[in-house]
Structures are given as C-alpha cells and as structure tokens.
Design a protein around this ligand. Sequence first.
Ligand code: ADP
Length: 663
Amino acid sequence: MTEPDKLKFLEGLRSPLAERVRRHDWSGTSMGSPEQWPQSLRSVVSLMLGSGFPMFVAWGPQLHTIYNDGYVEIMGAKHPGGWGMPFLEIWHEIRDDLQPFVEKVSAGETFFIENLPLTLRRHGYDEETWFTFSWSPVLDDRGAKVGIYCACTETTRAVLAERHVRLEHERLAALFQQAPGFLAVLRGPEHIFENFNDAYQQLVGFRTLRGLSLAAALPEVVEQGFIDLLDQAYLSGQPFQGRSMQVVLNRTPGSPPVQAYVDFVFQPTLDAAGTVQGIIVQGHDVTEQYRSQLELRRADQRKDEFLATLAHELRNPLAPVSNAIAILRSPQVDDGMRTRMLDLMERQTRHLVRLVDDLLEVSRITSGKIELRRERLDLRAVAQASVDSAHSAIQEARHQVTLSMPPHPVWVHADPARMKQVMDNMLNNAVKYTAPEGRIEVTIRADDRACVSFRDNGAGIPSDMLGSVFELFAQVDQTIGRAKGGLGIGLALVRQLVSLHGGEVHAASDGLGSGSTFTVLLPLGPIQLPSPAEPIGSQLLQAATPKRVLIIDDNRDAADSMADVLRICGHTVEAAYEGEGGLALADSFLPDCILLDIGMPGMDGHEVARALRAKAPHSRCMIVAITGWGQSMDRERTRQSGFDSHLVKPAAIDDVMALLDRA
Ligand code: ADP
C-alpha cells in the first residue's frame, strides 16, 4: 500500500481532485498505484488536473474515470460517487450515445464533436443538454492504446440562446410577413427591394422584387411620382406620409392596370452614425374604404337632391289646392266652377297621398317592417285590374295596350295589394315614358316561374342605366322624370316588393328611343291553396243601410271630414274630439259603430275601448281603430283592448263603408 503522503506525483497542484488522486487507495483497482502508472498516463493526468477546462481521463479495460475540478459541474449529483467509476457506468443513461465514440477512440482515432445533444440524468431528472468534445486516445510508454482523454465543454446555454435567437428571428420574420399592412424594406439611393411582406406582394402583384430597384420592379409607378417622393425622403431623411393616394398598378403582365388607393409612410432608416441607409415603406390598401366613402358621399348628395325635390313636389299640389279653396270661398263661384275646383282638389290630394304613401312604403321596406299577406293569386286578375286602373291615363295618351295571357290561371302565392302595386308601377311607367300613341304590351306566361313583362316602344333606357334604374331616387332624365311627377321611388319599391316575394325584376332596352321591357319573375304558387274570398280590383263605393256612427278623434278636421262623408252616404253621425267626451256621447247617442282614434291626449283609444266594453249598452257595438300604426303588434294590441277592426290612416272610404255594412 502506497502511503498517500509518500506520493510525490501531483505534488504542488492546488486542486482538490489532484489531492484526491494522491490520497486515493489505488491498491484494489485495475489501474494500480500511480507510482507504477506509465509515464504517458501520469503526464496526461497531471495535465488534466492542472487545467481549469473540464476534462477526464478514462483508463484501462474498465475505463476507470478520473476527472478534474472543471468537470465536477458536468457531473452534477453524480459527483463525488462517480469519481473513479467505469466511464460507461457513470453515464449509463447515455451509454448508447457514447459507446460509438468510445469504440472509435479506443481504435486510435482523435476527433472533435460540436454541440452533441445528450439527455442526461445527473440531477434526478431528464435534462436536454449539448456538449462539444475533443476525444483522443492515451497511449502507454510502448505506444499501446490504454485509455481515453477527453476535453469537453457543455454548450447547452449557448445552443439554447442560439435557438432562442433563431426562433425570435423566425417569429419576427413571420410577423413581418403577416403584418396586416404592407411593408417593404428598400436599401440605398436606388431603392433596392431587400424585403417585403405578403400584403405588399398582394398590393403590387406577384412579380419579382427582391434585389431589384423599385423603378425596375414596378416601372409603371415611375411616372406616378412615387420615385421622386422616395428620393426626397432618402435625401432629406424626413418621412413622407400619403393619405388615400391613388396608385395604378399592372399586377400581372398584359392585364389591364388596376387602381388602388393607399395610406402609407416612406420612413427613412438610419445607421449608427445617423446616415440614411434606406427606406421602410409601410401602409394599408384603403381602396375599399375609399370607394365606400365615395359611395356614401354620392348617396348623401342623392339624398340632398331628393329632399330638395321632395319639398318641391309636395308644394306643387298644395298651390292649386289653396287657390281652389280661395275660389270656393268667394260668393261669385258658380256650379261649374265649383265642380272644377273640387275635381282639381281631389286630383291633387290623390297625388299627394300617393307621394306620401310611396315614401312611407320605401321606409317601411328598407327598415324591414313590411308584412306580406299572401294568398293564392291569379296573376292574370292582377294584370287586368292594373290595366283597368290605368285606363284614363292610357286613353289620355292614346296608347294602344295589349294584354296577352294564357287561358288558365297563373297562380302565385303573393300579397294581392303588393302585386297590384308592382304592376301599377310598371304599367304607369310604360304609359309615362312612352310618347302619345305608343304601343304597350303586357304579357303573362307560366314556365318554371310566373313571368309578367311590360314592353313599350317609348323613351328607352341607356345601357349604363339599366342596372341602376331600380335604385332609390334614380332617374334616367331627372327633368323628364320630375315633369311626369315622379321621384325615382317606383322601381325601387317594385324591386323590393318582388324580392320579398322571392322573385326578380329585370330591365332591358336597346337604348334611348328604343323602348323598354320590364320583366317580373315570381315563383309559381301551390295550386291547392284556397282561392281568395274577394276578387281583385277596385271596389265601388257601396250604398249603405243607414247606421248610427260615432267618430272619436282629436284631429277635428279628420273627424269632421269623415263625419261629412259618412253623412253624405246616408249614415247618422256624431263626432267627439277627445276620449272622455266621446264616452259620454256614446251613452246618449248609442251608436252601432264607433270609429276610434288611438293616439289622443288624455284618454287614448285603448282606454276608451276598454271603458266602452265595460258598459252593457256598448258591449255589442262595433269598435273600429283608425290609426297610423299598422304592424301586426299594433293590431294585436287593439284586438286585446276590445276593438273589432283595425284600419290604417288614411282609411279608404270603401273600407269604412264595407265595415259599416257589417255593423
Ligand atoms: P319615377 O318614374 O318616379 O321617376 P321609377 O323608379 O318608377 O321613378 O323609375 C325610375 C326611372 O327609370 C324613371 O325616372 C325613368 O327614367 C326610368 N324608367 C322607368 N320605366 C321606364 C320605361 N318604361 N321607359 C323608359 N324609362 C323608364
């Protein structure tokens, strides 16, 4: 046994592990005492233990391992137990990784391995690590390979840091690529494309950019002043901002140029010394927003024009009416004059009502408030009714109108009033926009869909207007349209009504002066539905069996004029102008029917109706709501308050008369 203090080997090395070699009891090991170690082993061991760089030497057939202080950290919790143990036992968890190197170095090779990934278990858990090794054989004094010498360094931190940098770089590159706006990096005074993202490529088209100057890559923009702006930004170092600027691009060779609108900034980039290196182009394609703003501005302009026209159109009929009133008041008015004035007033009032109706209708449809009352409907009857209603206008213009239709019914599932409105509009237009003595053909067919067409040989429509005549307030020629008393509402209504019915409407014309054809296509209706109770068409004012009628309405004019009309028709009528008074009058007058306004100050129509129903004498009396509100919700409320019927203002006299008949 070698006394440790006698060992001169490694004397003077101030390393705990050198000390350990000296004090170790080597007698039982296959390596034997260091005194007997070959000189080569002693040199390598002393070199290793004297170095601060992590190293180990594995010696003998078992590869007993001695390592230095630098290697302790690599060993982790395997130190100190592993010291002197066979190499592949120390690192049993990575034996398969190490075995090939051990074999190679045992065969005499010297080699270097960089950043080898190894999963170590040196702290009781798996750890992803990387190592750089230099392996070389240790020879004995006769040159035989007897061990391994390995210097190694753990590069885990460096590898992870590099991986982090790479991932960060990839992430930034992906962000750059996917940035919502367009980005391009230009270098040098020639504005060479160094990088650009997907949005930029989308903007300018998929052509070669990288490495080319902007002028070479996008020649079409040179003339548009963008290169000048880039030059200025490059020379001055000042950014340039563009708002909604137009750029015309040839996105694919040979295809027509496209216009785009862009918000962007040319931002000069500086090096550490503050010298301009290049320019970052950053921005957004705002073409859509630009167009929709333009469209909004146009719509706004159309609305302003429309309001001006509307005021004018509403005033137009009022002037003759007030003249007529003045004339009727004068004592000199004779019977002939009186009839003429009354006719005039009736005509103008009808016109006003139609204008207001149309406007209300448009607003109801555009806000989705219209409800269709569909039933089985023979389109032939609607067309016939429409032609009948237009009779006087047709005669006045001396048009020749033909109505061709199949001998059998053409059933659709539609709202009769709305269908009549559609056909009236189309026919009135044909009558209006055709010079006197024109020809108008109304044709009905049933193929896979029901089809009604109105063909005239009138003014015609230029091809660029064919798509837009269905837009609200659109008129081919405003002066003509307005002169004919139109506001450009009719066809918009037609299109909306037809599409509510699941149909389509089309306009065709060979141009100005060549006549027009409007076609409505509707889905055919199921044939088994019951037929409508009443035929379509205008109803005549019926003579009535006299009834006692009480009108309650806070609008005196409305109440009095209705009372007058009903009296003329032979009824006995009383009127009250507020709820309480109406109730009292009902008790004394005992009416058969009460026409009751809903919105009134004090007691409103609902309260009056409930009070009436609570009184025995009025329990059987017919109560009719006459109101501006006509949605199904409103109808449901009046029903619940005890009303029998619900008419929407202005109530047609025919409808009131029909109800009184039933009272
Ligand atoms: P309005 O007739 O009140 O102006 P419409 O919406 O009914 O409004 O029609 C819009 C425009 O379409 C009309 O102003 C007219 O220029 C054109 N138009 C409609 N019908 C015809 C037709 N049969 N022939 C020629 N132009 C028509």
